[in-house]
Design a protein around this ligand. Structure first.
Ligand code: ASP
Ligand code: MG
Length: 451
């Protein structure tokens, strides 16, 4: 049995948190590879460091803040001298790159800068594990996490990762635990890349796939996946298990528990995924599996905020062929992933998929894209929308689901509905200001009252 354990930013925020994570790792001898995010807040600071037009003063402030977080951990180590010089080296490298960025705005430099966060946290976490008696080595994931060269949101190269892992990582596992970085990779020229914000979960799943591991544990700050965000409905409950199909619909929603792409490698190799809280491991968590014991019609209600709706109108669509193909080719060219779609005779409306957005936070709808679309159709954009999804099973084939759902939604305006494509999902697009009330009403009616 081999387990890959991933610890998110809040789990490795400081020395005490790292000690709790070390205990979780040591508690399970099957855990061989540990993947860490940057310590909480560090990536945000680094993203700000990549922005144009920073004053020198602000730049130095940001560098100091990152250093304060990392040295705060180093200072509490029993034998800080073991890793102090490497930490110094990483932090001065960060300062040097941030200075280069003032003149050279290359995206490759931005990714190199962002990678500092994970490099520091993995170095420190391996030291914490050794302090607790483990044999633990920190390993530079760029030796195995091969990606394309799309800096800021690089695409992993699955087959190459598998070979590299077999050659460079597997031999190390024989006599040591390996601590490595989430989020970062390298292209074929050895240049540092990143997988997009929140990409560490995805890294862990990719490594698990290449290692043919049995499970991936995602340790975060919530004890599992809930029936809905507990901040929106007080009756929300943690789920003991959900299926890959449900999770795939859900991963893109929820309280950002899981990076959506995490599911892909897990499904390919049927690797179980566990989500739990490193602060309260005794509370257990949620297992995402291929086979689950029961498959209720309603499993969860999830919300995704800050949605953008793109409305396209063209008479060319009437009785025409290839209009949509053209639109989608344009969107693909600009690397926009489409989420929900509805169409009429002469209109198509779609929401944009923002998941794994660029590490540097670049906006989706560029000027160039809008111009290109405008050549073929009339375009309008609506913001301030939220997508609410009801996730479950047999939704499209169970009589009465729509009546139940839309009775609850009666007081709210529903801007768009997507239903029928997936048996696991019914989605409604609502005004941002109604989202919390919509979620609460749905949760109360679908989960808290006896049918
Ligand atoms: N540190 C990166 C981020 O904050 C990756 C991650 O945490 O998963 O986006
Ligand atoms: Mg994170």
């Amino acid at each position: 049995m081999t387990v890959v354990a991933k610890f998110g930013g809040t789990s490795v925020a400081d020395y005490q948190s790292m000690c709790r994570c070390a205990a979780i790792v040591l508690d399970n001898p099957a855990t061989r590879v540990v993947v860490v995010s940057a310590s909480s807040g560090v990536t945000n600071l680094l993203v700000e460091l990549t922005q144009a037009n920073l004053t020198d003063e602000r730049r130095l402030e940001l560098i100091k803040s990152v250093a304060a977080i990392q040295y705060g951990i180093l200072d509490q180590l029993g034998r800080p001298s073991e890793v102090a010089s490497e930490l110094d080296r990483l932090l001065s490298q960060m300062a040097v790159i941030s200075e280069s960025l003032v003149l050279n705005r290359a995206k490759s430099l931005m990714d190199a800068l962002l990678s500092t966060g994970e490099m520091c946290s993995s170095l420190l976490f391996a030291a914490v594990l050794r302090e607790q008696g483990a044999r633990a080595t920190s390993f530079d994931v760029r030796k195995v996490m091969r990606t394309d060269s799309h800096f800021g949101r690089a695409e992993p190269q699955i087959a190459q990762i598998e070979t590299l892992v077999a050659n460079a990582l597997v031999p190390l596992l024989q006599d040591s635990l390996v601590v490595t970085q989430g989020f970062i990779g390298a292209d074929e020229h050895g240049e540092t890349t990143t997988l997009g914000r929140g990409g560490s979960d995805y890294s862990a799943a990719l490594l698990a796939e290449a290692l043919r591991a049995d499970a991936v544990e995602i340790w975060t700050d919530v004890p599992g996946i809930f029936t809905t965000d507990p901040r929106l409905a007080s009756g929300a409950k943690a789920l003991a298990e959900i299926s890959f199909n449900e999770a795939a619909e859900m991963a893109t929603f929820g309280a950002k528990v899981l990076h959506p792409a995490t599911i892909l490698p897990a499904v390919r190799r049927q690797i179980q995924v566990f989500v739990g809280s490193s602060r309260e491991p005794e509370k257990g968590g949620t297992w995402i599996r291929h086979q689950v014991e029961n498959a209720p019609v309603y499993r969860a209600v999830a919300v995704r905020r800050a949605q953008t709706l793109l409305n396209l109108h063209s008479l060319q669509m009437l009785h025409a062929q290839g209009f949509l193909a053209h639109i989608f080719a344009t969107l693909a060219k600009h690397r926009i992933s489409v989420d929900l779609i509805t169409t009429s005779e002469v209109n198509v409306s779609l929401t944009l998929d923002k998941t794994g957005s660029d590490s540097t936070g670049a906006g989706l709808l560029s000027e160039a894209l809008m111009q290109e679309l405008a050549e073929h159709c009339r375009v309008s954009v609506e913001d301030n929308l939220s997508l609410v999804a009801i996730i479950g099973n047999r939704i499209a084939t169970t009589a009465g689901v729509c009546r139940t759902v839309f009775t609850v939604l009666e007081p709210f305006n529903v801007r768009m509905i997507c239903q029928g494509a997936s048996p696991h999902n019914l989605c409604v697009l609502v005004d941002e200001k109604d989202a919390a009330a919509v979620v609460d009403a749905l949760h109360t009616n679908l989960f808290e009252t006896q049918a």
